[in-house]
Design a protein around this ligand. Structure first.
Ligand code: HSE
Length: 309
């Protein structure tokens, strides 16, 4: 096989209480990447569709940076590939845009090389893309984009990625108010020290959320979708955020928080019907505010990165 077309989904990272350690994958939205082997050495980006902002420079694009890291680990740094990227996740949306591109790249190249690495092993290479994009090699977007479902980073050093059980009825509603927040800026906003009393609340909720997901206990999931570390600081940047939380819960959502570093907001609901009602709630709220918004409703994507025909 000399060429391949792949898809890697958009993701919701943090999921309220799991800053930098928890994430899940969405259906339908994500980046597409066509990858071709070349006879000469080196990595080249030939086209980027759907975004004017991204560099085609091999040192400056997450696709080539993540791929190069993987080729180096394989001991074949000089292999040649060219990439045609179609961005369907907007950079700066909080839906794991850079992660979708990085995940698609390492997944596709790994397939073209007859899979020297497992999908889980690819997470560490895709993280190099995140390092380029945000300054921090976090895995809470790239892991679900590669593996699908809910993923949990038990440890970064050494990297220990877990795939969590979750109830199939769980559905996500995401709204992207059309403003941009750079993850690097949103990361810099956060305090480097937190109060012990906040840490106790946060790890209580994180444990509760993971237990609720594994047991299919929707009330517990709802009670646990609470972030006292990042959300109080970042929420200020997102117009309508507090109102979105209140109204989505009044309209049946289990809980609502910031998707990744924002400005997208996500809510989790039991079943598509409720998730659609929450979508309407978000739409009308942002119409009232006078801010254009994009709304997406989706079950949890169980597959992650995949080959397209
Ligand atoms: N965990 C990262 C953050 C996700 O919140 O900064 C960025 O999408």
């Amino acid at each position: 096989m000399d060429s391949i077309k792949v898809f890697a989904p958009a993701t919701v990272a943090n999921v309220a209480c799991g800053y930098d350690v928890l994430g899940f994958a969405l259906q339908e939205i994500g980046d597409e990447l066509i990858i071709r082997k070349t006879s000469g050495p080196g990595l080249t980006i030939t086209e980027i569709h759907g975004s004017d902002e991204l560099s085609k420079d091999a040192d400056q694009n997450v696709v080539t940076v993540a791929t190069q890291d993987m080729l180096n680990a394989l001991g074949k740094p000089g292999l040649g590939f060219e990439f045609e990227l179609t961005k369907k996740v907007k950079p700066g949306s909080g839906l794991g845009s850079s992660a979708s591109s990085s995940a698609a790249a390492v997944f596709g190249v790994n397939r073209l090389l007859d899979e020297p690495f497992t999908k889980k092993e690819l997470v560490q290479f895709a993280m190099e893309g995140e390092k380029l994009a945000s300054g921090v090699p976090h895995a809470d977007n790239v892991a679900p984009s590669l593996l699908g479902g809910f993923t949990f980073i038990r440890s970064y050093n050494p990297l220990d990625v877990l795939q969590l059980d979750y109830p199939q009825e769980l559905c996500a509603t995401v709204v992207h108010p059309q403003i941009e927040i750079k993850t690097s800026d949103a990361k810099r906003m956060l305090k480097q020290q937190i109060e012990l009393r906040d840490a106790i609340v946060q790890w209580g909720n994180l444990g509760g959320l993971i237990h609720g997901l594994s047991k299919g206990d929707f009330d517990l999931i709802g009670r646990s979708l609470n972030d006292v570390i990042a959300e109080p600081i970042r929420g200020i940047l997102i117009p309508g955020f507090q109102e979105a939380k209140v109204r989505s819960k009044q309209n049946g959502a289990l809980g609502c928080s910031i998707s990744g570093s924002g400005p997208s907001i996500f809510a989790l609901s039991r079943g598509m019907k409720k998730a659609q009602i929450v979508a309407e709630t978000f739409r009308s709220l942002f119409e009232e505010i006078g801010l254009e918004s994009y709304v997406h409703v989706s079950p949890i994507n169980p597959k992650g990165a995949e080959v397209l025909k």
